[in-house]
Design a protein. Structure first.
Length: 490
């Protein structure tokens, strides 16, 4: 059974999607989607345990071994990411029932949950696949599902946001596909492990360098790296709350994984950072994106939009670690991929609870939240502290590792940038907390959000604190993953 786990994580939601469409009402589709999410989460947990105990897991589709067939190859890097993807989905799905009924409507619920299952198929498929073209196929599946989910937002501007993302996403996918095509012409293979073996012999080729540029640019657009991030704020702002929570925690993280996989495993550290000026390019983009997006967050009247720009800034932290080209920097990046997903999903779910009770997520809706919705307010406060990087939260763990990695290189100005970014987070989170603590509520008769929203939210809030104190799992796996990537193994 263990041999089939990587395939089950993808096949189960794929089979569930058409079944959900045939169901009526909102409860049955939600039950099926939730059950599938939890089953895939259990599969991912067992898969991670298998990788830790026995090493890389390889599954050949149809019995055709690579490079002739398509394989799913799970190591420390994507095993941790699969656990994150399925874990976030298993928490968001119970939360989605009330949120979707309120923001999407019961009549559209079957289509919503079916599309959500296809999003899971795409994201997990990208993560598990060991084939460059298969990654593109799953990338398109996840993208099409994302466009549809964003368009289901109740604000008409969700349609514009979805269309903008469609245009930018298509450009990014096209760039990636062109790069993969160049690699196939030069090597005759699409298997990532095979590519990693053949590319060093032809690394001086202009075609390989061009392929690298296309792939990195295409994936940078998908992960919303500054200045290719303009699609993200509207997409996160106008999508349904459950979609925003899921996308904010998973979609860009999968793109980061693909970027890291190609840079470190396929092309290799020497080619990426010594033959090409990738370190300098990533360093500048990360710093500018981190500071500019954090500054823009301060001015946003809509809190979902504020957190969307914050996500662009957090991507800056992740890319900053990647640009260091050291095991410590890569460990910090992988840690922040996991930790940012936990904190940002919690914050977006808190805003979904506010939208459910107050009718919106503007700063005016946050006034007096301490009195009208205390559990939601304190959840936002703790999630905000984690985003800032306060000790005893997951945000502190990854930022601390990032600072240590910068100090190892003697990059004192980068340490200052990280601290300034955290101070800017204090400002934009602080203005929300101030409104919630001191402001007068517009609707004082409003009461706390239902338990169906609060329980999943507080599961993530508890994780924000627990994983900030007990870091053995995340830090250990991130260190092993970084060591594997730095060694060029795949």
């Amino acid at each position: 059974m263990t041999e089939q786990l990587s395939a089950l994580i993808i096949v189960l939601p794929m089979l569930a999607a058409p079944l959900i469409v045939l169901l009526r009402g909102s409860t049955l589709p939600w039950l099926v989607a939730t059950a599938v999410s939890w089953i895939t989460f259990i599969c991912a947990a067992f898969l991670l345990q298998h990788v830790v105990n026995e090493g890389t897991h390889i599954y050949s589709m149809g019995g055709w071994e690579a490079p002739y067939g398509i394989e799913y190859r799970i190591d420390f890097v994507n095993a941790l990411l699969l656990l994150l993807l399925t874990g976030i989905a298993s928490v968001v799905m119970p939360y989605a029932r009330l949120s979707v009924e309120h923001e999407v409507g019961a009549e559209k619920a079957p289509y919503f949950y079916a599309t959500l299952m296809m999003l899971a198929v795409g994201l997990c498929g990208i993560t598990a696949s060991g084939d460059a073209f298969n990654i593109f196929v799953f990338l398109e599946i996840s993208s099409l599902a994302t466009y549809a989910l964003i368009a289901m937002g109740r604000d008409r501007r969700a349609l514009t946001a979805s269309f903008s993302y469609l245009i930018m996403g298509t450009i990014g996918a096209t760039f990636y596909l062109i790069g993969v095509g160049f690699l196939y012409v030069m090597t005759g293979t699409l298997n990532l492990a095979d590519l990693a073996e053949r590319l060093p012999e032809i690394s001086d080729s202009g075609t390989v360098r061009t392929a690298f540029a296309f792939i990195v640019t295409g994936i940078a657009l998908k992960l919303a790296l500054f200045p290719l991030h303009l699609w993200l704020p509207n997409a996160y702002t106008f999508a349904p709350s459950a979609v925003t929570a899921l996308l904010g925690a998973t979609a860009t993280k999968v793109a980061v994984y693909v970027m890291v996989r190609f840079i470190y495993s396929v092309f290799g550290v020497q080619f990426s950072f010594q033959s090409l000026p990738l370190m300098e390019v990533f360093l500048v983009l990360a710093v500018v994106g981190l500071l500019s997006a954090s500054s823009v967050s301060i001015t946003q009247p809509n809190i979902k939009r504020m957190l969307a720009y914050s996500s662009v800034a957090q991507i800056g932290y992740i890319v900053l670690g990647i640009s260091m080209a050291t095991a410590a920097g890569l460990t910090a990046s992988l840690l922040h991929v996991f930790n940012h997903a936990v904190m940002k999903a919690a914050l977006f779910m808190a805003l979904g609870a506010v939208a459910y009770q107050m009718g919106g997520t503007d700063l005016t809706h946050m006034r007096g939240l301490r009195r009208t919705m205390p559990w939601t307010f304190w959840a936002f406060v703790i999630g905000g502290l984690s985003l800032i990087g306060v000790p005893l939260t997951v945000g502190f763990v990854s930022k601390w590792h990032l600072i240590v990695a910068a100090l190892e290189l003697g990059w004192w100005p980068i340490v200052l940038v990280i601290l300034v970014g955290s101070m800017l987070a204090v400002v934009y989170i602080g203005r929300v907390v101030e409104a919630g603590w001191f402001g007068e509520p517009e609707n004082p008769e409003r009461r706390e959000a239902p338990l169906g929203l609060l329980i999943p939210l507080w599961v993530l809030i508890v994780l924000n604190v627990y994983l900030g104190i007990d870091t053995r799992l995340t830090v250990c796996i991130a260190e092993m993953a970084a060591a594997q990537l730095m060694g060029g193994a795949y």
